[in-house]
Design a protein around this ligand. Sequence first.
Ligand SMILES: *Cc1c(COP(=O)(O)O)cnc(C)c1O
Length: 356
Amino acid sequence: MTHVSASSEPQSFDRVLSSMCTEPAPAARRAAMAFLGSNPGDPATFQTIAARERETVSMLGELVGLADPHGYVTAGGSEANIQAVRAARNRATVAEPNVVAPTSAHFSLRKAASLLDVELRLVETGPDHRADPKAMADAVDERTALVFGVAGSTEYGRVDPIPALVDLADSVDAMLHVDAAFGGFFLPFTDREWHFGHAGIDSMTIDPHKAGRAAIPAGGFLARDRSVLDALSIQTPYLESESQVSLGGTRSGAGVASAHAALETLWPDGYRAAFERTMELARWLATELDSRGFDVIEPELPLVAWEASQSLFERLRDAGWRIARTQQGAIRIVVMPHVDRNMLDAFLTAVDRHRP
Ligand SMILES: *Cc1c(COP(=O)(O)O)cnc(C)c1O
C-alpha cells in the first residue's frame, strides 16, 4: 500500500530530468491546500484570494522591472501566451493580423494562432538558437500585430535579444511580448536584458509553477498598460464581479495562493540561491558530458542540451530516467531545484554504462 502524505508526491522526482516543474516549496504546498475551494475568477465573492492575486501580480512585477503591473495568475504559460496573441489581435486595426516569432517559441503559440485565426510567421533562429532580429525583420509588415520573443527557451534555455525585438516591433507599430515562462525566476540574477525595465516590452509570460516553485496551476500574464487587459475584458452577468479578463472562468485558488506563498518566502534570496546552485550543477554536468566526448551546448540557464544517439536515449529511458529531446534530437536535461549532485552522478553512471 502506498501512503501519500500532504507533504509529498505519489510519484517521486528522483529521476525526473525532463520537466520544468518541480517539488513545490513547503509553504506553497500548504497554501494550495488551504484554498482549494476559493475561486479567484469571481473576485467580488472570493475577496481573500482576490487580494492574494493582486499581491502576487505586484510581487511578480518586482521580478520583472514593472512598478505598476497589470495582470493575473493564469493556468500556465500556455494561457498567458494565448492571451498575449488575443490582446494584440483585439487591438489590431488591420484586417488579417499576423504574429512574428522565432521557431524556438513554445508550441502554445500554435494553439493561439489556431484558436484566434491569426497568421503565425515562424522565423528560423540563428546558429546560437536565439531569435534572429534581421531575419525577423523580413517577416514583419504593416499587418504584424505582435512580435514574440523568448527569455529562456524551452528547448535550449536561450534568451532572445529582447531590446532588438522591441525596436523591430516599434518599427511596424506592433506589440512586443516576452515569454519568460521558464526563465523568469532565473534571469533576475543574471545581467541579461529581458524585462520591462530593460526595454519597451508590452506584455510578458512568467510561470510560478515552474522555477517559481508554486503548485500547479500557476502561470502569469503581465502587462505594462491597463489597456492590454482591457482588450481581454468580457462582461460577466450573474457574477458579483462585472468583468473578466481570464480565459478560464472558475480558476484555481490553490494555484494563486501557492504562487503568493512561494513568492513571499523565496523572493529574492531563495530564488537566487536556487539559481546559483542549479546553474553551477548545469555547468558541471555540461563539463562532464563534454569530457566524455559528447557535443554539449553551453548552458545559459540551468538546462543542458547535448547530442546523443537514439539508442543511448532509449536505453536511458528504459533504465527509468525521465529525459526528453529537442526537435533536433538533442537530449535536454532541465536542472530544476529537485535535481542534486547525487542524482546527476547516478545519471552519469547510467550514461557510462549504456553508451556504445
Ligand atoms: C513551459 C513553457 C510554456 C507553457 O507553459 P505551461 O505552463 O506548460 O502552459 C510556455 N513558454 C515557455 C518558454 C515554456 O517553457
